[in-house]
Design a protein around this ligand. Structure first.
Ligand code: F6P
Length: 367
């Protein structure tokens, strides 16, 4: 252990919230190791995200807890989708119950926390921001396989999920080719299509459908028929789970929900398969990759990013620079005000170079 440095933060609590992703443990290790070794901070592990903070499920972490976890998947702290500032209608408005927020504040003070470190996606960092407005010191770290957090160019978890998605497409190619089938693969990404776009480009998808670009099934049908006329009797269609048709894009959210309930398919991948069969007469099979994308060990670049963001968070804690989220901006570790990611989603911009790249190499984006 080197010389212990001055620190504004003596004690901090740490939690992981929202869907898990590869790299969470690497980030926990980064914050805790640097916080402990460099600054001799006391570290409190909060169990199951904001749920544990509401319930007071909090325990002291010692070096043994954050040793040997760099490469492991999931989160040693557990996670939940608890969002204390959301009302029953699951929206951020003034109707949320203050009980949960008061319980969080009570436990924060009772455990003598100088700051709360929250590792999570949009919801987690939004909650972090709202807690900072309530007078708590909060530092956020951006994790998600969706890569959709405003204020960072990259989130940890994304590249691991991308590798899994790409490998799945690679594995579908030979079977698509052997059977002359259209293979649809559905990847995660409700509001942003980064994962489908990256994996689709990396895996050579023939069609890529994103939430940002409502699809026209006729355009997709024409593309697949043209491929067949040119001797390619198989195709790979990569669909983000939040993709929607041009007809649906014109509907109100509730109307769209009702419309979807009428079709007896479990998810968009199956629906697109069904629509393609109807449009082209080709055989189309759907694969939904699901939680496999979030599981397993983090890839090397996620380990490096998560560790770097974690270590930088410890420095912010030491400097007493609260109310910030760490991120990677122009290849540098930087921090932004927590209000920057709060309540936002970083969607794929319609002028993004990767969309041009995809179309330049003959990929149909459903338009
Ligand atoms: O937030 C990440 C994410 O992986 C999304 O892409 C997906 O829609 C969601 O989590 C599903 O998570 P869960 O079923 O755990 O709520």
């Amino acid at each position: 252990m080197g010389t212990i440095r001055e620190t504004a933060t003596k004690t901090f609590g740490i939690l992981t919230s929202g869907g898990d992703c590869p790299g969470l443990n690497a980030a926990i290790r980064g914050v805790c190791r640097a916080g402990y070794d460099k600054y001799n901070m006391t570290i409190l592990g909060i169990v199951n995200g904001y749920r544990g903070l509401i319930d007071g499920d909090i325990r002291l972490l010692t070096p043994q807890d954050f040793s040997g976890i760099l490469t492991s998947g999931g989160t040693i702290l557990g996670a939940s989708r608890e969002k204390p500032f959301k009302s029953q209608g699951s929206v951020y408005d003034d109707h949320f119950s203050r009980d949960k927020v008061e319980a969080i504040k009570e436990h924060y003070h009772k455990f003598n926390m100088d700051c709360l470190v929250v590792l999570g996606g949009n919801g987690t960092n939004t909650t972090g921001y709202l807690l900072s407005q309530e007078g708590l010191n909060v530092i956020g770290l951006p994790k998600t396989i969706d890569n959709d957090i405003v204020g960072t160019d990259l989130t940890f978890g994304f590249h691991s999920a991308l590798a899994i998605g790409t490998e799945a497409i690679d594995r579908l190619h030979p079977t698509a080719h052997s059977h002359n089938r259209v293979m649809i693969i559905e990847l995660m990404g409700h509001k942003a299509g980064w994962l489908a776009l990256y994996a689709g480009l990396a895996g050579g998808g023939d069609v890529i459908l994103l939430p940002e670009i409502p699809y026209d099934i006729k355009a997709i049908g024409r593309h697949l028929v043209r491929r067949a006329q040119n001797g390619k009797h198989f195709s790979i269609v990569v669909v983000a789970e939040g993709a929607l048709s041009i007809e649906e894009a014109e509907m109100e959210k509730k109307e769209r929900k009702r419309y979807r309930e009428q079709t007896a398919v479990p998810s968009i991948g199956y629906r697109v398969a069904h629509e393609i069969e109807g449009e082209t007469g080709m055989v189309a099979k759907a694969t939904v990759l699901g939680y496999v994308q979030r599981g397993g060990i983090p890839c090397a670049s996620d380990r490096v990013l998560a560790t770097s963001l974690g270590a930088a968070a410890a420095d912010l804690l030491a400097q007493g620079e609260y109310g910030r989220m760490l991120g990677l901006v122009h290849n540098e570790i930087q921090s932004v005000d927590l209000s920057v990611p709060a309540g936002k989603v970083k969607a794929v911009p319609l002028d993004h170079y990767m969309l041009n790249t995809a179309e330049a190499v003959g990929t149909c984006l459903g338009r």
